[in-house]
Every structure is written in structure tokens, then in C-alpha cells.
Design a protein around this ligand. Structure first.
Ligand code: LLP
Length: 413
């Protein structure tokens, strides 16, 4: 984003112009940022070869976004995400499906698409996968739960006493033996993911070392595994203006694995740190209220329906005005349009005085905003635009009121 004549521009296009053309609330992804992020990840890990990078599509599985990330693989949390990767031109053979409660339908669907790996995360899941196999064996990993507790929001922690992965080394080893003896399955690796929004590289180092030691034990028992996936989780503060250092991260996760198993492939599956900084949200100010306390509320036309993260995780974003960005500033609370007191996008923003009709820009919203959007209050979900080489293209049209009733229309009265 840059400023020209007091206006904010993305890829050379004034944000006010995009709001005029497509309406608000509007999400705008920048293709150049997505491509450069995928390249930066690949370069950082290529230096630590052998390694592989997959994008965790749960952060944003829009086809227009996946297309810009085509050079990397995809880690899918559902059949829908896997299907999105395939539709975006990423072969299923380069993707994997994980999840702690996969249905038989999902397993069969993933097989039919030709998924590269399935991450086993259940006591008897291997039997269900084996039943879905006709023809070539299915490559599988086992998700384990390393004894490493991540420093992050409680909702974002996935190690310790929680639902993911196999919880003890002993059970893991026994399960790997069972999987290896199951017809139709080929056990090729181990997988872990201890949480999201983790800033401390030492956590990743410890996860990688834990996995490497587990993998080493399996090798010593004669299991020929080749792949060690350390998950995703690298933090990006919503208020950051630069990306986390991928070289240091790549080294932190690759070194412990290569020390224990020099020929193993180290795999990462970042979501947030791939896409967070590639999008901005645009909202129109609808109203301005000054409370007796002096607190100023700006009410905008979006909120928790398109970005639940402030309400759910206490995420704190920055804001700017798309034009008239100079002059004296004031502290404001940017409130959403949803009928809940907790629908506050930004508690404490510093903005030039804004009035109805002004355009508020919230950067750093590329991860887990559109992906978690809902139709709460029967408010249609926003449109999404991709800017690329100075041109804007709608990649998801705005929902219309009629869309809200589409599925109910099919039900007889
Ligand atoms: N791998 C697995 C198995 C995961 O479950 C996740 C995220 C990732 C990779 C990617 O993690 P990342 O690099 O994005 O941190 N809705 C929350 C985030 C939930 C993350 C769930 N799993 C948020 O808005 O902050």
C-alpha cells in the first residue's frame, strides 16, 4: 500500500475507487504480495533442503488466492479445501488432508481426487482409510502431539490435553506398527502442529526436535519413513508492518530434523504467515457517536460477520482512512454493524476525524477473516477483489439478500 495525494493505493489503484466500483465492506487481496510470500517461503526452505512448503488453505481457500499460491502444495482441513486446491489448479497428489474427525465420505472423496497424503489422527482411522483404498496404496502420516506447550491464545493451542494427535510415544509407536501392517496403506511420515500465532522460534525448534526423535525411534525399529511435517503456526501480529523472518524460522525447524535424519524431507504448512498481510478490508463509516465519556464510536458497515477475530481471540488491528489521511487525529472505537455489544473491530484506533461516508481501511486481514465469515444477523458476506498488475478483478461476488434464502427455498413448506 502507498499514499499518493493523500489517498491510499494498492497496486496503483486508489482504494476509494475500488470501494466505489465494488461496494463495501470489501476485501482486497494483492496478488503480488501472495506470490512473493510463496516465493520467500520456498526460497527460505530450499536453502534447508530437502524441504517442502504447503499452504494451509484454512487461512483463506478462495480460488483466486489459491491460484496465486500455485507453486506451493496445499494442506487441507476438509474435503472442501482439497477440492478448492484442485479447482485452483494444484494437483491433489501434491496436497494432504488432515483433521481429527474425517468422515468416510471425506476419505473416499479425497481418494477419488488422488490426494497425496492423508494425516491419520484417530485410533481406528487407518482401518477406515484402508477400506476406501482400491488400487494404489494410500500414503499416510500419523499426527502426534509433542510434549511442547505453545505460548499463544488458549483457543489456538493444539498440544497438551486437547483433541488432536496421538498423545503418547508408546501409543504412537504401536499405531505406526498397525498402520504399517495394514494392506492398502503406506506409512511415510509423521506430523504435528502445536498451535497458531506462535512468535517464539524456540517452540518450533522443540517441536521439530521432538518429532525428529520420534521419527528416529521409528526408523531404528525398521519403519522406512521419509517425511517430517512440523505443521504451521508462525505468528504475524495484526499490527505488524513487516513479515516474520523466514530464514530464521526455516533454520529453526529444519536443523533438528536434519541432525537426526539427514535424508528426511522437512515439511511446513503455514497459513497465516503466508496470507495475513496480503489483504485489506474496506468499510464505510455509517455513523459517529460521541459518548458522555468522550469516547468516539465510528460504526462501519461490516464487523464480526466478516472478521470474527477481534471478538473471538482479542485480535487487535490497525486502521487508516483511505483518503484525507492527514490532519489532527483522534482516538476512536471502530464498531461493527452486528447486533452484539462485542462486535467491535478495533477498540482503540488513531484516525483523522472521520464522518459518515468515509472509508476505513484495515490492513493485515488476509488470514482467517473471509475464511471464517458468517451470515450472522442475515447480513450477506462481503465481496472479495484481487488486484494484480494494476487491475482489479472480483474473485468472489458480494452475497445478495436472495442468496440468504437459496438453501431454504429448496425445502418444501
Ligand atoms: N496445520 C494445521 C494442522 C493446523 O491446524 C493449522 C491451523 C495450520 C497448519 C496453520 O496454522 P497457521 O500457520 O495459520 O498458524 N482461526 C484462528 C487460527 C486457527 C488455526 C487452526 N489451525 C485465527 O483466526 O487466528
Amino acid at each position: 500500500m502507498r499514499v499518493e495525494d493523500g489517498r491510499l493505493l494498492l497496486d496503483g489503484i486508489p482504494l476509494t475507487e475500488l470501494a466505489r466500483r465494488y461496494g463495501t465492506p470489501l476485501y482486497v487481496y494483492d496478488a503480488a504480495t501472495l506470490r512473493s510470500r510463496a516465493r520467500a517461503y520456498r526460497d527460505a526452505f530450499a536453502a534447508e533442503a530437502p524441504a517442502r512448503v504447503a499452504y494451509s488453505a484454512k487461512a483463506c481457500a478462495l480460488l483466486g488466492v489459491l491460484r496465486a499460491l500455485r507453486p506451493v502444495s496445499v494442506s487441507a482441513a476438509s474435503l472442501g479445501e482439497l477440492e478448492a486446491a484442485v479447482r485452483a489448479g494444484i494437483p491433489a497428489s501434491r496436497c494432504w488432508l488432515h483433521g481429527n474427525a474425517k468422515t468416510d465420505e471425506e476419505i473416499r472423496g479425497a481418494r477419488a481426487l488422488g490426494v497425496g497424503r492423508i494425516v491419520i489422527d484417530g485410533e481406528r482411522e487407518h482401518e477406515r482409510i484402508a477400506r476406501a483404498v482400491r488400487g494404489a496404496p494410500q500414503r499416510v502420516w500419523l499426527r502426534v502431539s509433542p510434549d511442547v506447550v505453545a505460548e499463544t491464545h488458549a483457543h489456538l493451542r493444539t498440544s497438551g490435553d486437547q483433541k488432536f494427535g496421538v498423545l503418547t510415544v508408546g501409543r504412537g509407536r504401536a499405531l505406526v506398527r498397525e498402520i504399517s501392517n495394514t494392506r492398502g496403506l503406506r506409512f511415510v511420515g509423521v506430523h504435528a502442529h502445536v498451535g497458531s500465532q506462535i512468535a517464539d522460534l524456540d517452540t518450533f525448534r522443540r517441536v521439530a526436535a521432538w518429532l525428529a526423535s520420534f521419527a528416529r525411534q521409528l526408523r531404528d525399529e525398521g519403519v522406512p519413513l521419509q517425511e517430517v511435517c512440523v505443521g504451521g503456526g508462525l505468528a504475524v501480529a495484526e499490527t505488524a508492518t513487516s513479515d516474520p523472518d523466514l530464514t530464521a524460522y526455516a533454520r529453526a525447524v529444519a536443523a533438528p530434523v536434519h541432525d537426526a535424519l539427514p535424508d528426511a524431507t522437512v515439511i511446513v504448512e503455514p497459513g497465516r504467515s503466508m496470507v495475513a498481510r496480503s489483504a485489506v478490508a474496506l468499510y464505510s463509516v455509517q455513523d459517529r457517536k460521541v459518548r458522555a465519556s468522550g469516547r468516539v464510536f465510528l460504526a462501519v458497515d461490516g464487523g464480526m460477520g466478516d472478521n470474527i477475530r477481534p471478538a473471538l481471540y482479542g485480535a487487535r488491528y490497525l486502521a487508516a482512512l483511505a483518503e484525507r489521511g492527514d490532519g489532527a487525529t483522534e482516538h476512536v472505537t471502530i464498531a461493527g454493524a452486528f447486533c452484539e455489544a462485542g462486535d467491535v473491530l478495533i477498540e482503540d484506533a488513531e484516525l483523522p476525524r472521520a464522518e459518515s461516508g468515509d472509508l476505513v481501511v484495515v490492513p493485515g486481514v488476509g488470514a482467517y477473516s473471509v475464511a471464517m465469515a458468517s451470515q450472522y444477523n442475515h447480513r450477506p458476506r462481503p465481496a472479495v477483489v484481487l488486484v494484480d498488475h494494476g487491475r482489479a478483478r472480483l474473485i468472489r461476488r458480494r452475497e445478495r439478500t436472495a442468496d440468504l434464502f437459496r438453501l431454504e427455498g429448496a425445502v418444501s413448506r
